[in-house]
Design a protein around this ligand. Structure first.
Ligand code: GUN
Length: 300
């Protein structure tokens, strides 16, 4: 029987630690502030954004959600992001993705001031990550790293196979795990849609991270006994027996993989809550750096 890695509980523990740091900042007259921008009517994005807002407020931070219609012009959005960049009450800026197709995602993300890039998507943040320097780490990859560490699962010398090469998860996670030091020191393989015989790689893995965006893609016959499995996927699949008409599932076929695994993250309740906790951690760190308390946040 695999250990079920409880991301919900771990994220709660991290938020409790952060709450204390927020209280200390507020005693100094600084309230960490998170500005979130949501464009359009994407149902999943609306849920994520309201969860981020609630989590920020719950630990005593300020949080603003700026909503724009899906036909907002690029010029208006640029002007809005410039305002957020220059607002001293805002320590972190997040532009919720995906954006409607007429908006240039990469250009807009690059407009966010690097010192407020709490999503960790800016080229400066990603450059620092690749070089092993301090900086904002992308929230989901950092959440995966912290989750494994807090469960005592070492990556040192392990073969980590990441399935998926997105800029948000696969690429930054590979960079995090290949660094020197605690929570890293892994041998990393990145597989993707052009990898022939992908299962040949996942079967060699000590740790598999599924971040491919394809429901229940990783199946029991694709992993070895004792593997640790991290499921980053959140997919909505039709289910007429559910009142909502759909159910959530990950990129891992849980019922066939779990019996072979030594530890596995569930969906929901695995990586998802960690992403939000790390977003708060980045925002607290950003606010702290304004006060001279600039040490990295140690959540291991
Ligand atoms: N859309 C899905 N996940 C994320 C995230 O972590 N950050 C942003 N900005 N958009 C997302």
């Amino acid at each position: 029987m695999a250990i079920i890695i409880d991301g919900k509980k771990t994220a709660q523990e991290i938020r409790a630690k952060l709450k204390i740091r927020v209280e200390k900042l507020r005693e100094k007259g600084i309230t960490p502030g998170l500005s979130v921008t949501l464009v359009g009517e994407n149902a999943a994005s609306k849920v994520y954004v309201s969860s981020k807002d609630a989590a920020a407020r719950e630990i005593g931070m300020s949080s603003w959600t700026h909503k724009f219609p899906s036909d907002v012009s690029e010029i208006e959005l640029r002007e809005h992001l410039r305002c957020q960049n220059s607002d001293p009450a805002v320590h972190g800026i997040l532009l919720q993705l995906p954006l409607p197709s007429h908006l240039p995602e990469e250009h807009l993300l690059n407009l966010i001031a690097a010192e407020k890039d709490v999503d960790g998507f800016h080229p400066v943040s990603l450059g620092n990550l690749m070089l092993g320097r301090p900086g904002f780490k992308p929230c989901t990859p950092w959440g995966v790293q912290v989750l494994l560490n807090r469960y005592g699962i070492s990556t040192r010398g392990k073969h980590v196979v990441i399935v998926g090469r997105s800029n948000i998860v696969g690429k930054p996670l590979a960079n995090l795990f290949m660094q020197k030091g605690e929570g890293a020191d892994a041998t990393v393989t990145v597989c993707h849609s052009a990898t022939p015989d992908l299962a040949q790689f996942t079967r060699q893995a000590d740790i598999v991270v599924a971040a491919i965006g394809c429901a229940e893609f990783i199946r029991g016959d694709m992993v070895k006994d004792g593997v640790v499995v991290v499921d980053v996927g959140i997919n909505r699949v039709e289910d007429s027996s559910s009142p909502k008409g759909y159910r959530l599932c990950g990129d891992v076929h849980f019922s066939s993989v779990e019996p072979k695994a030594s530890a596995i993250t569930p969906v929901p309740g695995g990586v998802g809550p960690m992403t939000i906790a790390m977003l708060l951690a980045n925002t607290v760190w950003s606010a702290e750096s304004k006060t001279g308390i600039s040490g990295p946040i140690d959540l291991f």
